[in-house]
Design a protein around this ligand. Structure first.
Ligand code: SF4
Length: 471
């Protein structure tokens, strides 16, 4: 997916005026948010469970090299091949090489953000392979030549009616917006793809080092089909997916489903530990696990290492008042919402995503919703500070902050500025005492959707002086 994060302001403006998108976002985020609250309320001590999950992920990040090697040694023992990819290009090259080695023509894929991050589909198609996404949402996105707008629900931005029209146009289905009929139709198409593909590609939700196990959770069973029907199975997983033990997996999986879809557990929890052995009735003859770095080792060395603890549940997106209004595409890359506003600048360079750290009201709803309690607002603030230090902040903002700092350090300037602001806002106030429109271009945007309360008639200093005189 092409990076367009610096066009956030324009994309957000367009999104706010798109009535269909607003309907889809309102329904989607509201339902997901409420479902998570209901599911979490069933947990006896949700906060303790979150802290346990956080500790497991942070411990895994601290011991990352050792855990990755342990994972590799354990899964290799059971017939899998582990490959390491430093970046997206290397990873895509490895997948194409594997495909050539096994004379693969058709590939089925289950949902994976890491493969979106490295543009795997485009690389495979350029190598002459046919690739079909099998997660229903991803399948719809692929049919429409679109891109996912949510980590868990790729078509959060689409209404049922839009899917009806798409299926009628692209697949010749008799128009229906009944979700069951739409799903049954897609299932039929996908079944043919599963049965004819020579390679299946999946991501991984967790890599368990203790046992050398790849864990994926899905609700449609497509991950299981991709990983067990074709003779070749390739797993592509970011290195941060490794965790220490089955006990840690048990903690994390309880929170992942609850936070993502409001379920106690997803319909399928699939644990894979190598290629099929001679006595196994089914399973792939060849299993490859590609461990993708693509900037993660670098982030691990910084003060943003905590961002790698993300288990991609999407709860922070559903809780975020900015995401709820602008949706995922406005963020201009694969990862959207609050965690996207942190990860995109870290992976793609802060100057290439300079607006994203400001795409937040810093209300803290993301941190409250996060099952591993990642301090997203804290990291957004640090990124803003970096932008200012590197001179990448908007010139008007930098000038405003510099003027404010000067005034705060000079009592006379502060007092004169306050007096001027009091006079100006009182002159601009309407009958209800509020300022309806600030005329200055930058501040004018602020009053587009809200009133501005005028400054108090007397400053604190004035009141203080008057009291001193009285006493
Ligand atoms: S940051 Fe937390 S809430 Fe957001 S997707 Fe990651 S784990 Fe979920």
């Amino acid at each position: 997916m092409e990076l367009k994060a610096n066009a956030f302001a324009q994309a957000a403006t367009i999104a706010l005026e798109d009535i269909q998108l607003q309907t889809a976002l309102r329904r989607g985020t509201h339902n997901a948010y409420s479902a998570r609250l209901r599911a979490m309320s069933e947990v006896t001590d949700a906060d303790a469970l979150r802290q346990q999950a956080r500790a497991a992920k942070l411990r895994a990040l601290r011991n990352l090299p050792e855990l990755l090697e342990r994972f590799e040694a354990n899964i290799v023992q059971r017939g899998a091949t582990v490959l390491w990819a430093e970046d997206g290009e290397a990873c895509n090259r490895l997948v194409v090489e594997i495909a050539r080695q096994h004379a693969v023509q058709r590939v089925v894929k289950s949902k994976s953000m890491a493969t979106e991050e490295i543009n795997l589909n485009q690389a495979l198609e350029a190598a002459g392979l046919s690739v079909i996404e099998t997660d229903l949402g991803e399948y719809i996105v692929q049919l429409d030549g679109d891109s996912p707008s949510h980590i868990v629900m790729p078509i959060m931005h689409k209404t049922r009616e839009q899917v009806r029209d798409l299926f009628a146009e692209k697949l010749g289905m008799a128009p229906s917006d009944d979700p069951e009929q739409l799903t049954a139709f897609a299932r039929q198409k996908l079944r043919e793809a599963f049965l004819s593909a020579e390679m299946g590609i999946t991501g991984a939700n967790f890599l368990i080092a203790e046992t050398g196990t790849v864990a994926i959770v899905t609700n449609e069973g497509n991950g299981r089909m991709c990983s067990s029907l074709p003779p070749v199975h390739v797993v592509i997983a970011g290195i941060e997916k490794v965790i220490e033990s089955v006990a840690d997996f048990a903690t994390l999986v309880q929170l992942l489903a609850r936070s993502a879809t409001g379920q106690r557990l997803t319909s399928y929890v699939h644990l894979m530990g190598g290629a099929a052995g001679p006595d196994d009735p089914d399973g792939p003859s060849h299993m490859y696990v590609i461990l993708l770095d693509n900037g993660r080792s670098r982030i691990r060395e910084t003060e943003y290492a905590e961002a790698l603890a993300c288990i991609r549940c999407g709860a922070c997106l559903n809780a975020c008042p900015v995401y709820q209004k602008v949706g995922g595409h406005a963020y201009g890359w694969v990862y959207s919402g609050p965690i996207g506003a942190v990860i995109t600048p870290l992976l793609e360079g802060i100057a290439n995503a300079a607006l994203l750290p400001y795409a937040s009201s810093l209300c803290g709803a993301c941190r409250t919703a996060c099952p591993v309690a990642i301090d997203i607002p804290g990291m957004l603030l640090r990124l803003r500070a970096e932008l200012v230090a590197e001179g990448e902040a908007a010139p008007a903002l930098s000038a405003g902050i510099a003027a404010w700092a000067r005034a705060m350090a000079t009592p006379l300037l502060y007092e004169l500025g306050g007096a001027a602001a009091r006079l100006a806002t009182r002159a601009m106030a309407s009958a209800n005492g509020q300022v309806r429109h600030l005329p200055i271009p930058l501040l004018g945007n602020w009053t587009q959707n809200r009133d501005f309360p005028p400054f108090a008639p007397k400053s604190f200093r004035q009141l203080w002086r008057e009291r001193q005189c009285e006493s």
